[in-house]
Design a protein around this ligand. Structure first.
Ligand code: NAD
Length: 345
């Protein structure tokens, strides 16, 4: 923070070891529905807005058909993402695909510095965090080594590559069970492994799964009270070890893929690192409008929590929180009397 003092004289500057720094009114972190909507609304308020995210579309980038976003009776998730992006850009949002590694307050200038993995540094008055959730890992031996080589965290996205192969799906919630229903159209043999002694998915999905099991009993093995503890092979996955959590019994089976569908978790360590207050779920504690404990940092979408949050995590609710956060940012910047950089539309 200190080294910038007195050096920061122009619109662009060069920091030691970093690429060019640029200044914005608002930086949004996240390119999912919450982030792209926050950025679009922010730019509509004529605030110069940058949206940075690791994955364009966020969780939507891994989804198939969307049939619950008003105005689109059915739309492919990739097409919806393209529309969110085009809409934000139409209002003047700059979009950068990169990972944000740190955010720090430059107290003397009342600005935030947003630092990315690719070595870029961006400055802004306000930051909206719309960082969503990341996939939870199993913690199995070999899991990291075989990620992308047979270990997948998105059945819908990757199972078409496993045509006539043998797979394990781990997870007894909605994503595990719907993943299994989806995979049935592709694979030759499937094991569905879950820690519990029953499924946690919606009854309609469980019923469909059980009728599939009745129709093709040898095609799908359902294994309760168990998890995958080891994944191995040479170049790609060749086997996995399933451990019964009650008896400790281990079973090694030959498979070509392991699909991990055990839920999501927020990047709580990142939030704590930058000094944000988190709730008991590890989500950023926000007040209505996305206000956090750090003045100038707002949060929206799946990564935002706190006691005021109504948990219904959908594209529309994430987008709505993004819009509200952009409105709160505009009001905050105006109340503070900050000079707005603005942008050309
Ligand atoms: P998201 O998870 O979709 O987006 C998070 C964004 O933050 C991503 O772009 C990700 O790359 C980015 N990010 C995370 N950490 C980062 C970092 N350190 N640096 C840079 N970028 C980082 O989250 P969201 O926008 O809050 O909401 C998605 C909503 O959409 C969820 O509520 C979900 O339930 C819903 N959804 C619905 C469907 C459906 O079919 N109806 C499908 C997918 C998602």
């Amino acid at each position: 923070m200190i080294y910038l003092l007195g050096v920061y004289t122009s619109f662009r500057l060069k920091l030691p070891g970093r690429a060019t720094t640029r200044e914005y009114d608002v930086i949004v972190v996240g390119l999912g529905p919450a982030g792209l909507t926050a950025a679009m609304y922010s730019a509509r308020y004529s605030l110069k807005t940058l949206a940075i995210g690791e994955t364009l579309g966020g969780q939507l980038s891994m989804a198939g058909l969307v049939d619950d976003y008003p105005g689109f009776i059915e739309i492919q998730a990739s097409d919806l993402v393209a529309k969110f992006k085009a809409h934000a850009e139409k209002h003047g949002v700059e979009i950068v695909v990169d990972r944000v590694d740190n955010i720090r307050k430059l107290e003397d200038q009342q600005m935030f510095e947003v630092i990315t993995r690719r070595g870029h540094s961006y400055l802004s008055r306000a930051v909206v965090l719309a960082m969503g959730l990341k996939r939870r890992k199993l913690g199995a031996v070999g899991e990291n080594e075989f990620a992308g080589r047979g270990v997948s965290y998105c059945t819908v996205c990757d199972v078409p590559f496993f045509k006539n192969k043998r797979i394990i799906i781990v997870g007894g919630g909605n994503s595990g069970v719907t993943g299994a229903l989806h995979a049935a159209a592709y694979v030759s043999k499937m094991y569905l492994v879950t820690r519990g002694d029953r499924f946690r998915a919606f009854p309609v999905y469980v019923e469909r799964l059980m009728s599939l099991k009745n129709e093709r009993p040898d095609f799908i093995d359902i294994i309760f009270n168990s998890t995958v503890t080891e994944i191995g092979g040479r170049e790609t996955v060749e086997y996995a070890v399933i451990t019964n959590l009650k008896t400790g019994e281990k079973r090694k089976i030959e498979v070509d893929g392991v699909f991990v569908e055990i839920g999501n978790e927020p990047p709580t360590d990142f939030f704590k690192k930058i000094g944000l207050e988190v709730d008991e779920r590890g989500l950023i504690a926000v007040k209505p409008g996305g206000y956090t404990n750090i003045e100038g940092i707002f949060a929206a979408g799946d990564c935002a929590g706190g006691s005021n949050k109504y948990y219904f995590q959908q594209i529309i609710t994430s987008a709505a929180e993004g819009a509200a956060a952009a409105d709160a940012v505009f009001k905050w910047i105006t109340q503070k009397g900050f000079k707005i950089i603005g942008h050309q539309r």
